[in-house]
Write a protein that binds this ligand. Structure first.
Ligand code: PM9
Length: 475
C-alpha cells in the first residue's frame, strides 16, 4: 500500500518572538484586572494568543523587504499603485480606495449606499458591518441558511444564502428599499463557514433580476475559495487564485480587512466596479481616512499588502493554513469537546452552550469559558455569543443568538502544531472541570461594540442573577 506522506508548512522560520508563561496566581490577578474580558488583557501576559487572526499574521521576508522599500510620499506612492495593481489582477475589481482597515471601508460603503429605512440582507451579521449599516439608518436582515445557526449541522456550505428568504424580503419591502446584499466569504460568526460557488451564482441571478448589487465582504475570500476547491466537484482542478477571481467576478464591490487573508498587520480597502460609487468613495475617504492614495495606511504597509495578496492565493499556503485549523479541530473532536461542525477555516469554535449547559445565556457562558481557558493555561480566545451580539436597536434588550461560542482563532504562519497540542490539552482540562465554572454579570457596558471593552464579575455556580446589580441565591 502506498504510504501517505505527512504535510508540512511551506516555509521555514527566520526570526522568532519569545513567549512568556505566567503562574496560575498571576493569571487570576490579570483576568480580574481585565474585568474577565480577554480583550482587556495585556498581550505580554498571554502565552498562546488565539484572540484573533486579524493583523496577527507573520509576514514573509518578501513582505518585510517591501516595508524597507516603502515610498512614503503623501500623494501617488508607488506602493499604492502596486497594491491597486494586485487588487485588479487577483480580485478583478477596477477601482480601489485604500482604508486603514476593514471597518473603514464598511463605513464608506454604508454611507454611500444606505438610506434611512433601508434593509440590508446578508449571510449572518458581522459586528462592525452591521453597526455601520445601522448607523447609516439601515436594518440588517439575516438571510443565511438555517443550518448556519445549528452548531451540530455538518452541512458543508453553511455560509450559503437562503434565496427564498431573500426573494421574499425583496418582494415584501420592495427592491428600492434594498441597497445591496451583503455577502461574506467566509462567514465569521457562523464559525468560519464558506459559501458555495453554486449558491453565489444563483444569488447573482436573483439579484440581477431585481437590479440589486452584491457587496462582498472579502476578508477571508481565499479560505472560502479553498473550501470550494475541496468540496465542490466542478472546482477540484481549479487553483485557489482562479476560484478567488471567479467569486469576485460574481459581485459588484468589496470591503476588505486585509489584516486577515491578505497577511498584513494593518490595512484594508474598498474596491468597486461602478465609477460613480468610486468617485463618491474617493471624496469621502479624504474626509475620514486620508488622501485617496493612502487612506490611512503608510506606503510601506501598502507595499507589504501588494505582496500579501499574491501570497494569500497560493494553494500551498492556504492548504497549510486551513490544515492547521483542521488539525486543532480534529484533536478537540477526538477528545469529545463540543465544537461547531464542520471545522471552519480561520478558527475552531467551542460550543459554550453545550460545554457549560448549567450557565444561562444572560450569564455569558462563552465569556466565562474564554476567561477560564486563560486561567488554565494563558491561552487567549474570544467570545462570539451574546456579548458580541449586542442589544436590539429598538427594544434595547440583549440579542440572544443561537450560537454561543468561544473562538480559538489561529493567526496565519505564527504557531506550530505543538502550540496546537498545548491548546487542545488546555481545552480538555477546562472541560474536565466544567461543572465548577460559574457565569458572569456585566458591570460595565460601552455604547458600541460592547465585546471589546465590557467588564464582568463572576457569579458563583448555582447563583441566579436578579436584575443586573444584585445577586440572590437559587437552588
Ligand atoms: N474581524 C476578527 O477578529 C477583528 C476584530 S472583531 C471586530 O474576526 C469581517 C468578516 C471581519 C472583520 C474583523 C471585519 C472588520 C469585517 N468583516 O477589523 O476593521 O472578520 O479590519 O475588519 C475581526 P477590521
Amino acid at each position: 500500500m502506498k504510504r501517505k506522506r505527512a504535510w508540512a508548512e511551506p516555509y521555514k522560520i527566520k526570526m522568532i518572538e519569545h513567549l512568556h508563561m505566567t503562574t496560575p496566581e498571576e493569571r487570576r490577578r490579570f483576568i480580574e484586572e481585565a474585568g474577565y474580558n480577554t480583550f482587556l488583557l495585556r498581550s505580554k501576559d498571554v502565552y498562546i494568543d488565539l484572540l484573533t487572526d486579524s493583523g496577527t499574521s507573520a509576514m514573509s521576508d518578501r513582505q518585510w523587504a517591501q516595508i524597507m522599500l516603502g515610498d512614503e510620499a503623501y500623494a501617488g506612492s508607488k506602493d499604492f499603485l502596486d497594491m491597486e495593481a494586485a487588487v485588479r489582477e487577483y480580485y478583478g475589481y477596477q477601482y480601489v480606495v485604500p482604508t486603514h482597515q476593514g471597518r473603514a471601508a464598511e463605513h464608506l460603503i454604508s454611507k454611500i449606499m444606505i438610506k434611512p429605512g433601508d434593509f440590508v440582507p446578508g449571510n449572518m451579521y458581522f459586528t462592525t458591518t452591521r453597526l455601520h449599516q445601522e448607523l447609516a439608518g439601515g436594518t440588517f436582515v439575516d438571510v443565511i441558511v438555517d443550518e448556519a445557526h445549528d452548531p451540530e449541522s455538518d452541512f458543508t456550505f453553511k455560509g450559503n444564502i437562503n434565496l427564498q428568504k431573500l426573494e421574499e424580503l425583496i418582494i415584501d419591502k420592495g427592491p428600492e428599499k434594498i441597497p445591496y446584499v451583503s455577502m461574506a466569504t467566509t462567514v465569521n460568526m457562523a464559525g468560519g463557514q464558506p459559501i458555495s460557488m453554486s449558491n453565489l451564482r444563483a444569488l447573482r441571478m436573483l439579484t440581477s433580476k431585481y437590479n440589486i448589487p452584491i457587496v462582498h465582504d472579502m476578508t477571508r475570500v481565499a479560505e472560502n475559495a479553498y473550501m470550494i476547491q475541496q468540496y465542490e466537484e466542478d472546482y477540484r482542478h481549479k487553483t485557489v487564485a482562479e476560484i478567488v477571481r471567479e467569486i469576485c467576478d460574481l459581485t459588484d464591490m468589496a470591503t476588505m480587512s486585509a489584516k486577515k487573508d491578505a497577511l498584513v498587520n494593518i490595512g484594508g480597502f474598498l474596491a468597486v466596479n461602478d465609477y460613480e460609487v468610486f468617485e463618491e468613495a474617493r471624496s469621502l475617504v479624504v474626509v475620514y481616512e486620508g488622501l485617496h492614495t493612502y487612506g490611512g495606511m503608510a506606503g510601506r504597509d501598502m507595499g507589504a499588502l501588494a505582496v500579501g495578496i499574491r501570497e494569500s492565493v497560493s494553494d500551498e499556503h492556504i492548504k497549510a493554513r486551513v490544515g492547521q485549523v483542521q488539525y486543532l479541530g480534529n484533536k478537540l473532536l477526538e477528545a469529545g469537546i463540543p465544537i461547531v461542525h464542520p471545522i471552519g477555516t480561520h478558527g475552531v469554535f467551542l460550543n459554550a452552550k453545550q460545554f457549560l449547559p448549567h450557565i444561562p445565556q444572560d450569564q455569558f457562558p462563552a465569556q466565562s469559558l474564554a476567561a477560564e481557558l486563560y486561567l488554565d493555561s494563558g491561552v487567549r480566545a474570544m467570545e462570539r455569543g451574546i456579548v458580541s451580539a449586542g442589544r436590539n436597536k429598538k427594544t434595547g434588550e440583549h440579542n440572544y443568538p443561537k450560537l454561543e461560542l468561544v473562538r480559538l482563532t489561529i493567526p496565519r504562519r505564527v504557531y506550530t502544531q505543538s502550540h496546537m497540542d498545548v491548546v487542545a490539552d488546555s481545552v480538555e482540562a477546562v472541560y474536565d472541570k466544567r461543572e465548577n465554572i460559574g457565569g458572569l454579570k456585566m458591570v460595565f457596558e460601552p455604547k458600541y461594540l460592547r465585546f471589546f471593552q465590557a467588564r464582568f464579575e463572576p457569579v458563583p455556580v448555582g447563583w441566579e442573577l436578579v436584575g443586573n446589580e444584585e445577586l440572590s441565591y437559587s437552588k
